[in-house]
Structure formats: C-alpha cells, structure tokens
Design a protein around this ligand. Structure first.
Ligand code: SF4
Ligand code: SF4
Length: 306
C-alpha cells in the first residue's frame, strides 16, 4: 500500500509538472527513484522480488508521467515516435530516449530497463502468474520482430502515404502514447492470463526488445555464477521470470549472457549458496539457454514469495 501511495504521489508530480519547467519532470523521476531505492535497501524483511516491484512501480509510474507530459503535442515515446523522428531526420526527445535507454544503455546495463523501469512491466508484474512455466515450444519469440516491423510499416505508411505527422491534423503525441500503451497492456494482460505467465508479452511480443536485445548480449553488467559454490539444485532457475537456465551458464563457465535476462536479481537473492552475483566484465553474446514449458519449475524454496 505504501508503494502504491508513493507511486500515485510520483505520478501526481508528473501530472502537475505538465505545465511546469522540464526540470520538475526530472525531479519527479529522481524523487520516485530515491524513494524506491531507499525502500529497496532498507525494507529487507520483504522478499527481494517484492522490493524490486516497489522500485518498478515508483520508477515506472514517474517515467510514464514524464513521458506523457514531456511535450504532450509532439514528443511521442512509443516506438512509433522513434520511427517518426528517424523519418523526419530529427534528433528529438524520442530518439534521445531510445538511444540512451534502449540502444546504448543495454551495452552497459543490459535489459535493466525491463526489470526496473518499464511502465508496461509495472502492470504486468502485479498479475498473479509470477512463476513461469517455461517457454512455449516453437519460434513464438519471432512475434516481437513482426510487431516491430508492423510498427515501422504503420509509421512509413502514414508518413509517405498520408503526409501524416504527430501533432498535426488534430492528433497529439499524448493520444498516440496513451492509445499505444493501452494496446500494449491489453495484449500483455491477455497473454499473461492466457499463458499463465506475467512476462509472456516480454518474451514473445514486445517490439522494444528488438533494440534492447541487440545490446544486451554485450552488456558489461551481467549475472555471474561461481561454479565452486553452485549446488546445481537450480533453485535460481525456478524463480527466474524469463526462464533462463542459469546453471547452464555456470556449467559453461560463462556469465549469464542471455539477452533475455532483465537483471531482476531474483536468482541472486534466492541462491542458498551465495553463488550468484552481479559483475562487470567484457564478453560477447552467447546462445540463450532457456527452460521450455515441458520442464515445469520445482516448488519455490520455503518462505520465498516471487
Ligand atoms: S520486454 Fe517490453 S514490455 Fe517487457 S519490460 Fe521490456 S520493454 Fe517493457
Ligand atoms: S537470470 Fe536472474 S537476473 Fe536474469 S532474469 Fe533470470 S532471475 Fe532475473
């Protein structure tokens, strides 16, 4: 309840800041991040996944408010806004956001956006299916590329076919943003309920993962396992929301290089041997070792609420 109240406060700050100087939006984000991290590091009587969701709720909602109100007429932070700006040859807010958070950022911090800041995941992570049953067989992950291309095709058709530009002809960036996010949420919640997996949208359909995954394989920050401590009982894999076969990477003597890792750190928090930790290093991408739904997870460790 406290996290929810603070999230509402953060969003209110963003709403209030709509008519205020830009710095107030950044102040609202900073305030939300500071409160979230303070809760994360002090409220250790709560499980780590719950504390992470508190940060996600606060940070994601403040970022959502800021993105919606940064420039409600022209600044579109949906991926379509990125495409519109690229076609227009301009370096506006959407391009800068995508460069920092979705293209250059992942080279440093992987998909930390997905674990800690995404405003879509903020909602998805509150749904009841927090333990994944594993990946669907087949190539369902290709849907994300189809979604990405469909978004680009829509923008190109509007741009070249109808000379459409956001902010003109009565439509605003804010309308795109709210409409687009409503569609993502409808799809995300629908997939989560259908597949009984909160992160199904992230695994199969989110177009943002296309740029994110490009850099994430090369990320400096990754989870690293110590093979001398690993008990091989795979407790970590049973709580991984992205179905990553963490023990497989440990056995190969590699860091968790899967571009599916969202750096949620649930695996680190649950490892009974303390065999996992975040680490900085230089290595390239590695094949994604993922758990299929044919191999259901073991029961979670006692007292662990993922
Ligand atoms: S995969 Fe997409 S929806 Fe999921 S957390 Fe990442 S950006 Fe958000
Ligand atoms: S490997 Fe660990 S940090 Fe990465 S998604 Fe899975 S549980 Fe989270």
């Amino acid at each position: 309840m406290l996290a929810l109240a603070l999230a509402v406060l953060a969003l209110s700050c963003g709403l209030w800041a709509g008519g205020a100087p830009l710095w107030t939006l950044y102040a609202a984000i900073g305030l939300a991040a500071a409160i979230g991290l303070a809760l994360y590091f002090t409220q250790r009587n709560f499980d780590q996944p719950l504390r992470r969701r508190m940060v996600l709720l606060l940070l994601g909602s403040s970022l959502f408010g800021a993105a919606a109100l940064r420039d409600p007429v022209y600044a579109l932070f949906q991926i379509e806004g990125f495409f519109f700006d690229l076609l227009g040859g301009v370096m506006l807010a959407a391009v800068i956001h995508y460069l920092i958070a979705k293209i250059i950022g992942p080279l440093l911090f992987g998909r930390i956006w997905c674990g800690w800041a995404c405003w879509t995941a903020l909602v998805l992570d509150q749904l009841p299916y927090k333990r994944s049953r594993g990946r669907l067989p087949g190539r369902w992950g290709l849907l994300r590329y189809a979604h990405f291309l469909a978004s680009f095709a829509l923008v190109a058709a509007l741009w070249y076919g109808f000379a459409y530009r956001p902010g003109v002809a009565g439509t605003t960036a804010l309308a795109w943003f709210l409409g687009g996010n409503a569609l993502y949420l409808a799809l995300g919640v629908g997939l989560a309920l259908l597949l009984k997996d909160n992160r199904a949208f992230c695994k199969y359909a989110c177009p943002i993962t296309v740029p994110l995954k490009l850099g994430a394989g090369f990320a400096l920050l990754k989870v690293k396992g110590d093979a001398t401590k690993c008990c091989t009982r795979r407790v970590c894999e049973n709580v991984c929301p992205m179905d990553i076969r963490i023990a497989g990477y440990i056995a190969r003597g590699e860091r968790v290089a899967s571009s599916e890792c969202i750096l949620c750190q649930a695996c680190i928090s649950v490892c009974p041997e303390g065999a996992l930790a975040l680490s900085f290093g230089l290595d390239g991408p590695s094949p994604s070792l993922l758990r299929g739904c044919a191999a259901p997870p073991q029961p979670a460790p006692k007292d662990y609420i993922a």
